[in-house]
Design a protein around this ligand. Sequence first.
Ligand code: NAD
Length: 468
Amino acid sequence: MVESSLQYSTTAEIKQAIETNRQTFKSGVTKSFSFRQRQLERLWCLLDDNTDELCQAVAKDLHKHKTETMMEILAAKEEINEALNDFRKWAKDEKVTPALVNRFGTTCYKRKEPKGSVLIISPWNYPVNLAVSPLIGAIAAGCTAIVKPSEVSPHTAKLLTDLYARYLDNSAYTVVNGGVPETTLLLEHKWNHIFYTGNGVVAKIIMRAAAEHFTPVTLELGGKSPAYIDEDANMMVVSRRVAFGKTINAGQTCIAPDYLLMTAKAEEKFIPELKKALGDMFGADIQASKDYGRIINNRQFQRLSKLLNERQSGDIVIGGKLDEKDLFIAPTVLTNVNRDDKIMEDEIFGPILPIIRVTDVDDAIEYINSKDDPLALYIFTDKKKVANKIMDSTRSGGILVNDTLMHVAENSLPFGGIGPSGMGNYHGKNTFDTFTHVRATMVKNLNPLSEHAQAARYAPFSDRNLRI
Ligand code: NAD
């Protein structure tokens, strides 16, 4: 892999960036609608003018096909378009009707105020979208922001640093680069919001640091997202949609189906169809396919190969090929996996797909509920009763019936986890709301006549004035 020349920010640079960011917010410039509009337009141009460069950088980091990175970019551009169309509407005061006690001479409304100077920390797996998408809402809300891209995808981090510097107002929006020491330094500062995407172990560090300053956090995490497949579902369609969700970015997707739940009868129908679907998508030699990605680095490769090699159960029925030099792991499907196998403990985050055999839908529900609440839950069935039963008896960040991943592209739906899979949500207006403080506002007049209506609350008190 070509070495990037990503420069980590120095302590002095980080302190300066934080100070500038805070002062800019204080100046009030980012609250102006014309400023927000201009910065959103510039962010759109940044993505549009540099699509090829961004695709090349991501390819160096992750061996992703251009189409996959285009999906990241297009999704972000779509979000910017929506924000440009609607942020003025989102930012409008919302009037509410005062209660009886305040009915006369009172106006009540919710003021939408930017939270302030915010920190966005992003991971390596979708290194463009996850560094841009939260920023869209921060700009739309009128905040200033520092973005800390993942050092694990250095080519993309370097390019984003250069592009943010060229396209955006750097007193308000800038990039800080680095690993743990640099991020730790950032976390010592008193932010008005921290938006973190990544793993749960680091999320606890973020939360602890935020607690020092009572800083609100959004945590976009991961987990083991299950997919239940009903035995009467159309397996040709199901297998293609599962293959898509598990092979895009070589399975390194927070909402990739982590494991499948199905009966023995369903498995018999599903496996040949999945083999066919993978063949149709990547040909007979998947390693030679230009459309299949690689594992991000040797550390992740070793973790995944250990998971495969040290499993106590599970027969490989599809795939199984690993090539360390090429960081290649074929989509690998395991059957006869024990429910308490090591592979069923943590998020797999790679192209390995265990199948847990269940006796029926109740058995599947019980298994799902024995684990942490996942980020996504997939249900494949035409039977409304089955889908409703699973939805009613489980919990997850989101639910998608009869597909994988596609709910993430729906900006009108909040995207986020629950419990260990995350806290808070974003996308579209939800991101604007994340970075907005809704300030309860009540305005009364000083008309002496309105004092008659207020008599009951002033001493001397009288029981006669209270009507309960
Ligand atoms: P990563 O290693 O790139 O880490 C994420 C960020 O945390 C980086 O910017 C990194 O510098 C920072 N970081 C790492 N260690 C730190 C520390 N000790 N203190 C402070 N900051 C630190 O990415 P990752 O965590 O390996 O990402 C993969 C995880 O992210 C998976 O669990 C995946 O499910 C989850 N994820 C979630 C979403 C979502 O939207 N919910 C999206 C993508 C990834």
